[in-house]
Design a protein. Structure first.
Ligand SMILES: Cc1ncc(COP(=O)(O)O)c(C=O)c1O
Length: 489
């Protein structure tokens, strides 16, 4: 129904307690009435004095709303003639019925590939018990982090508030280069480090820059579904590489693949099986990549959590100028919400990655990087990792004792010297069904089957033991066993 401007008072529903100012409310009502065709184009609107009286608001409020509408081209006024709704709207108004954008969603092929990728959401809020990959949030170093943020606030210059360097805050990259050289044997200069907002966006960047649709990407099977989703969203051809107790197996087919583009691996602690890639396999993989002209993507996501003995050095540093793009993340050593990770690229790729990255998200937030730099420089990160190593050793032990007590070998676990999760072997039981049953009572223990690209040859449930407070582990395992035990054959 069209209202003449005179009858427009009935359109207003002013809320004086609203957080939106009166002028904004009046402006919005008039604007949507014009756009939705409720007001006749060409008709005169009441004078500001008249409308102010009718609505019992100040005249200034109405003048402010009219000025805004005039500035945005909804109204026109002639000297001494009042204001009119612009006639141009007579032809160009959309139908009175609201446009429903839902009906017109059409995604591109690339968008569809993203939608088809397997990307279960990790729910926000307190972590569900045993959800894999989440650190001990109950032991977050509040005092030390606060201090690092305060110090960052003091040292950040006004120049740091401008756009920053694409690759990230140089002092942080310098401390990371030193840390990676000592603790992971990574060979790189600070210039080769690119700060990214997580391993996931790093993988997306790699896929975009280094692959075309249809390119052949070898990927651990079972493997990290974040990597699978990044490369399948880039419309690559994913080729499953089996995994045994020495990590990724370089099969005959892989050896003979002269068109391979890249391979994704988690050599320090294979996701999800926990296998540690042997030195022989590592060298074999480098030789393979070298001979095929392929890239190795090394995801070193949780290598800091090694509970006995020394971890093997990163694949990246085994030979000089290796064909490896190395990634590490603060999601495990610190917290996932910080969205901070680092990509180490060969020198020949530095400019390419920086240039291309500017198309995507320009760079990572500088103030957070400065705070992380302070946190590292003051030794807090090393202390935190050391504390978490002890805590996770304790939590794994408590978890294993509880599973022995309540699952009584119906789900079998093996102790592990590293990582943040364990795989529970469920034999021939349907792991997806068990995982769904657990989910119904608030536990997130993904099925091993969901980590496979092809047919799963093993069944199990993945348990993250690091995020459950030590004193709750026994009770939580007990609760879950009551749900799962009756389903286990
Ligand atoms: C193998 C692997 N890589 C990386 C990550 C973390 O990625 P991000 O840095 O995006 O949080 C995870 C998280 O669970 C993971 O399992």
């Amino acid at each position: 129904m069209k209202h003449s401007a005179g009858a427009l008072i009935s359109l207003f529903d002013i809320d004086r307690s609203s957080q939106h100012s009166l002028y904004k409310q009046i402006y919005s009502t008039l604007r949507s009435s014009i756009l939705e065709g409720h007001l006749e184009p060409g008709s005169r609107i009441p004078s500001s004095r008249q409308l102010a009286n009718e609505l019992s608001v100040s005249r200034n409020t109405i003048v402010q709303a009219y000025d805004q509408l005039q500035a945005e081209d909804y109204l026109e006024s002639g000297v001494g003639q009042g204001s009119y709704i612009k006639l141009q709207f007579a032809d160009s108004l959309p139908p009175v019925k609201k446009v429903h954008s839902k009906n017109r969603v059409r995604v591109s092929k690339r968008g569809q590939a993203m939608l088809d990728a397997y990307t279960p959401e990790t729910p926000a809020g307190p972590p569900s018990p045993f959800v894999p990959g989440i650190p001990a949030l109950d032991s977050f170093p509040y005092k030390e982090w606060q201090r690092a943020m305060q110090r960052a606030g003091r040292v950040i210059s006004s120049a740091d508030m401008n756009y920053g360097s694409t690759a990230g805050y140089l002092p942080l990259r310098k401390s990371l280069a030193a840390y990676l050289a000592i603790s992971r044997g990574v060979r790189c200069t600070p210039e080769q480090i690119i700060m990214v907002n997580g391993v996931q966006p790093g993988l997306d960047l790699i896929a975009r820059i280094l692959t075309d649709p249809g390119d052949r990407v070898w990927i651990e099977d079972p493997g990290h579904y974040g990597a699978r989703s990044a490369f399948s969203a880039a419309q690559n051809k994913l080729i499953p590489a089996p995994v045994d107790e020495q990590g990724l197996v370089i099969s005959k087919e892989m050896q003979n693949d002269d068109h391979a583009n890249l391979v994704y691996v988690t050599p320090s602690h294979q996701t999800p099986t926990g296998a540690i890639m042997s030195l022989e396999r590592r060298l074999q993989l480098i030789n393979w990549a070298d001979s095929k002209g392929a890239w190795i993507i090394e995801d070193d996501y949780d290598s800091e959590f090694r509970y006995r003995g020394q971890p093997l050095a990163a694949l990246q540093g085994l030979v000089e100028d290796s064909p490896v793009l190395y990634m590490g993340t603060f999601s495990k050593t610190f917290v996932p919400s910080i969205r901070m990770a680092y990509l180490v690229v060969p020198e020949a790729l530095v400019d390419t990655f920086c240039h291309a990255r500017r198309t995507v998200d320009t760079h990572s937030p500088t103030p957070l990087q400065v705070a992380m730099h302070m946190f590292i420089e003051e030794g807090h990160l090393t202390t935190h990792i050391r504390k978490m190593r002890n805590l996770y050793t304790e939590r794994q032990q408590l978890f294993l004792e509880a599973t022995q007590r309540y699952f009584n070998d119906a789900i079998r676990f093996k102790a592990s010297d590293s990582g943040m999760h364990l795989v529970g072997d469920v034999g021939q039981n349907d792991d997806r069904l068990l995982s769904q049953a657990a989910q119904l009572v608030g536990f997130v223990v993904p099925a091993l089957s969901d980590y496979f690209i092809g047919k799963a040859d093993r069944r199990g449930l993945i348990f993250g033991y690091t995020c459950v407070p030590s004193e709750e582990i026994d009770q939580k395992v007990k609760e879950l066993s009551k749900v799962l035990n009756p389903l286990l054959k």
